[in-house]
Write a new protein. Structure first.
Length: 320
């Protein structure tokens, strides 16, 4: 009857920076660190449990060996992945396949993801979608390198939310910090990388042009989001995305100023990340301190809990 607290897995990236240390006080490696996989059960890149009887084990191991804590799921693979991304420079322009293509070609899950923007420098924008009307036109514009004509630039500010279904051409650009909630997959097709050279290899990074063209949604259609806001006790609960718009996960952003007594609400378990402020989690008679950068899972055997404090949280759960 206790939550599962987790420590992140970090990934150096040529576009990364140091915000994961300065903002969240994470003990990140030296150099450019772009990603903190804060709730991950993905293969060798899993988060590590920091408390209780599973302390020192990977989330992947706990999930596979204790299915009752997660509602006895059918799959042995933890379905979701939560990350912080620090875009100190622009990421490559990418696209991800859907489940069917990824399983057939990569023996992995597809990748639908989402971004809640924690910080964005003035004038920041995302690459989100494209202008091609047909796949042939898409291929032709890529072949000619008509990137300014092809790629849609969308202004972005702190607090914005973007849902990025598989098949969507996308990229974070310089000066943006997000929390990303996605399917647990690392299948990425790099379409364009600004002709950058990897300092370690001295070569341009590999592109996946044919696969990118094959999996891209054509024409691009923005998903129709239905963001809802509810007020419960001292919590403002914003439903960012849920089925049927998102077939893979529910996602909420919560502002808490006081106390919120709640439960799993029929979900198998909850993934919780504190993105601002401090507070406490109380389960029966035991209390746990929470602060910015804390990540935890409320497992299936905890039916009721109380959150108290002045905090912003991001909470997700898989769609069963």
């Amino acid at each position: 009857m206790e939550p599962i607290f987790l420590t992140p897995y970090f990934r150096p990236k040529i576009w990364g920076g140091r915000k994961l240390k300065t903002i969240f006080n994470y003990n990140i490696p030296d150099g450019k660190v772009g990603e903190a996989w804060v709730i991950s059960g993905y293969k060798d890149d899993a988060s590590t449990v920091t408390n209780g009887q599973f302390k020192g084990q990977s989330l992947r191991q706990v999930y596979q060996e204790n299915p009752e804590l997660f509602g006895n799921p059918e799959s042995k693979e933890f379905p979701l992945l939560v990350k912080f991304l620090d875009a100190n420079d622009s990421l490559s322009v990418q696209v991800h396949p859907n489940d069917e293509y990824a399983r057939k070609v990569e023996n992995d899950s597809g990748k639908t993801e989402s971004w809640y923007v924690l910080q964005a420098d003035p004038g920041s924008y995302l690459i989100y979608g494209h202008t091609a009307k047909t796949r042939a036109e898409l291929a032709k514009m890529i072949e000619k390198g008509e990137w300014d004509k092809l790629l849609r630039k969308v202004p972005v500010k702190t607090g914005d939310f973007f849902y990025v279904p598989s098949g969507t051409i996308h990229a974070l650009t310089k000066g943006i910090l997000v929390i990303e909630t996605q399917q647990s997959s690392d299948v990425t097709y790099r379409l364009y990388d600004y002709d950058r050279v990897d300092q370690k290899t001295g070569k341009k990074r590999e592109l996946h042009t044919k696969k990118s063209i094959a999996v891209t949604q054509v024409p691009h259609v923005d998903p129709k989001l239905d963001i809802k806001i509810d007020h419960v006790q001292d919590a403002t609960i914003k439903t960012l995305v849920a089925p049927p718009v998102s077939p893979h996960f529910y996602l909420w952003q919560i502002d808490l100023n006081g106390q919120w007594d709640t439960d799993l609400n029929g979900h198998p378990y909850l993934l919780v990340t504190i993105i601002k402020g401090t507070g406490t989690l109380q389960i029966e008679n035991k209390s746990y301190n929470l602060s910015i950068g804390t990540n935890l899972i409320i497992p299936n055997n905890i039916k009721k809990f109380t959150l108290t404090g002045n905090m912003k949280l991001v909470i997700s759960t898989p769609n069963n």
